[in-house]
Design a protein around this ligand. Structure first.
Ligand SMILES: Cc1ncc(COP(=O)(O)O)c(C=O)c1O
Length: 375
């Protein structure tokens, strides 16, 4: 088998170990592994399978389509999805025993209408907006959703299985919004219970709250970024041992020795100040390398840091290898766990003025994912 010229190597042993470490933070709760957006760029189906192997009793995705793709890929466990505009394929979701989220009475009505002709009773979780102002019912909308859910439950047309919300600032554990959101969530759950609806699953915590806020673990925690070995915020302190799961690497497509004063790449934004060796790595912004990290990032070659020089192109980047001996086909690591001298996804995020979530998620489908530790 020929080796790919560029690949993201996904370490499933690390992924399973991260999930186990996160589950240990919340021993009284179930764990939902968030595998939306192709498992944050790591590949949804292999990660979903590994998450189950690591004991995740739930998988979470944004869209109905993603949830259906999990079923098509053979997953038969609990799946929750949470983002749907009118016209979503609830029918298929309900038939596939996927749990859907209602963020308003109107959305609950749409789910129930769609479900009516099918044989299965829809399993619906209710989302309350406790301060993120994204999805979820807010204020009077919540009161309406509670009433609608109570009446559908009495009519036997729905099974309300969960109630949940999402933090805005959990990656800043001391932020006052966290206490306020947790309190708002408790109030919302009480309001629901007072209407006679007491679902078994109450959940609020993402990775950051799973690691730092036991009071918000409730019945289930939803872990995304930390399961991929990335700290939710680069400054956030915790004592959970996480290992980055993705290593992005490419094989040199060209190597050349050039004199001092040679300009490199579009716009001639960088020039050599000495005779040096340039290496061409077949990864560019079409693969997800952030172009605005131009002249600000590094890679690793043979365990040594080398600067990425000149404007980042659509399909390629150039590294300044100095006097290192290099040949076409040699491996350059763009980012990885950081344990062998290579930068991390977060180093690239700093260079690009973004967060590591975006660095891994934006990796395009052209980059082959190869898996280590498959069972
Ligand atoms: C609803 C929901 N829950 C949980 C998560 C996981 O968050 P994190 O990746 O910070 O753990 C996400 C991700 O954005 C989300 O949208």
């Amino acid at each position: 088998m020929t080796s790919p010229q560029a690949e993201a190597v996904i370490d499933l042993d690390a992924y399973r170990a991260n999930i186990a470490a996160l589950a240990a933070c919340a021993p009284g709760a179930e764990l939902l592994a968030v595998v939306k957006a192709e498992a944050y760029g790591h590949g949804m189906l292999p990660c979903a399978k590994a998450a189950r192997e690591a004991g995740a009793s739930w998988l979470g995705v944004a869209t109905v389509e993603e949830a259906l793709a999990l079923r098509a890929g053979g997953d038969t466990g609990n799946v929750l999805c949470w983002l749907a505009s009118p016209g979503a394929d609830y029918d298929a979701a309900i038939d596939a025993d996927i749990e859907v989220t209602a963020s308003s009475a109107e959305q609950l009505a749409e789910i129930l209408t769609t479900a009516a002709p099918t044989s299965m009773r829809p399993k619906v979780q209710l989302k309350v907006d406790t301060g993120l102002s994204r999805n979820g019912a807010f204020g009077e909308q919540w009161t309406q959703l509670v009433a609608a859910a109570a009446s559908a439950q009495s009519a036997g047309t729905v099974e309300i299985t969960g109630v949940w919300s999402h933090f805005a600032c959990a990656d800043e554990p001391d932020h006052p919004a966290n206490d306020a959101q947790e309190q708002a969530f408790r109030t919302a759950v009480d309001e629901l219970a007072a209407a006679g609806v007491a679902p078994a699953l109450r959940h609020l915590s993402n990775s950051a709250a799973t690691m730092t806020r036991p009071s918000a673990h409730f019945d289930l925690v939803r872990v995304g970024i930390a399961s991929y070995g990335i700290n939710p915020d680069r400054t956030m302190e915790h004592d959970v041992e996480l290992t980055p799961v993705m290593t992005l690497q490419g094989r040199l497509a060209a190597v050349k020795r050039v004199p001092a004063g040679t300009s490199v790449s579009y716009g001639q934004t960088w020039s050599t100040d000495r005779e040096t060796t340039l290496g061409l790595v077949p990864l560019g912004y079409a693969d997800g390398i952030p172009r605005n990290a131009t002249n600000r990032s590094e890679a690793a070659f043979g365990g040594e840091r080398v600067p990425v020089v000149g404007t980042i192109c659509m399909d390629q980047i150039i590294v300044d290898l100095g006097d290192l001996s290099a040949q076409r086909g040699d491996l350059v690591t763009v980012f990885g766990p950081g344990t062998s001298g290579e930068p991390t996804a977060d180093d690239w995020a700093i260079a690009a003025g973004t967060i590591a979530y975006e660095v891994v998620c934006r990796l395009s489908s052209r980059v082959e994912r190869t898996y280590r530790g498959e069972r």
